[in-house]
Design a protein around this ligand. Structure first.
Ligand SMILES: Nc1ncnc2c1ncn2[C@@H]1O[C@H](COP(=O)(O)OP(=O)(O)OP(=O)(O)O)[C@@H](O)[C@H]1O
Length: 212
């Protein structure tokens, strides 16, 4: 029987940079097979929160509990300018210990990246680099996907392709968390939280977001 236990839980997370408190008791859960959004103003602490959830930054206090594999698409693109798109895939194939690149090639195709296979990352446009960033986060088919403003720099067609992909991941049972400062994406999520004044609160309806 499928479990409804959360795949990821943030428990009383606190984080300060020097005297600046950014997170002060963040609590929420990500459930199996849901597309969850966390929105917040610039500087609200969204990237800080996601880095803590992904395990690349340590919280001052609190705990993150998760099960299954994680995929993390950071806001700051992590590609190496000297490697081609194809070389990135092979490098990450080895890091993820994947037997083949079938899924990675499919993702590349899905995001119209296939023609860039042999191009060095340093020669790609910002939006195209971001697409590569996304493929690298998703190519090992993680159970839990954490994405930080994943469509920045995308044109409209790719923006729609992103949401189609996110919806498909959810429909296949993956749990997807997207953080964004854009409130007009809100209807695309199953549930929505707002990060404000160091805490996360549930947004009950679209109207509440639009009205604020
Ligand atoms: N390494 C750091 N050292 C000091 N201050 C930091 C550091 N990283 C982030 N901050 C500060 O913490 C606050 C939250 O930053 P964060 O990047 O988490 O916000 P955000 O909600 O992701 O913002 P944006 O929407 O602009 O990406 C900001 O005031 C930022 O300047």
């Amino acid at each position: 029987m499928p479990t409804t236990d959360p795949v990821l839980q943030a428990i009383d997370l606190h984080k300060s940079y020097g005297h600046r408190s950014v997170l002060s008791g963040v609590e929420f859960e990500l459930r199996p097979g849901e597309l969850l959004g966390i929105i917040g103003e610039n500087g609200a602490g969204k990237s800080t929160l996601l880095q803590i959830l992904a395990g690349v930054l340590r919280a001052d206090r609190g705990e993150v509990v998760h099960r299954g594999s994680l995929g993390y698409c950071p806001q700051r693109i992590v590609v190496n300018d000297d490697l081609t798109v194809g070389q990135h895939l092979r490098y990450f194939q080895s890091a993820y210990r994947m037997p083949d690149l079938t899924r990675a090639w499919q993702l590349l195709d899905r995001l119209a990246l296939t023609p860039y296979r042999t191009i060095r990352a340093g020669a790609l446009s910002g939006g195209t680099r971001q697409k590569l960033n996304l493929v690298l986060a998703l190519m090992h088919d993680p159970d839990v996907v954490l994405m930080d403003e994943p469509y920045q720099g995308f044109d409209w067609e790719n923006y729609l392709a992103f949401w189609q992909l996110a919806g498909q991941l959810r429909d296949e049972g993956r749990s997807v968390l997207v953080i964004s400062h854009i409130a007009h994406d809100t209807e695309r999520f199953d549930r929505l939280y707002r990060l404000e004044a160091g805490k996360v609160t549930a947004v009950r309806s679209e109207l509440e977001v639009v009205a604020s």
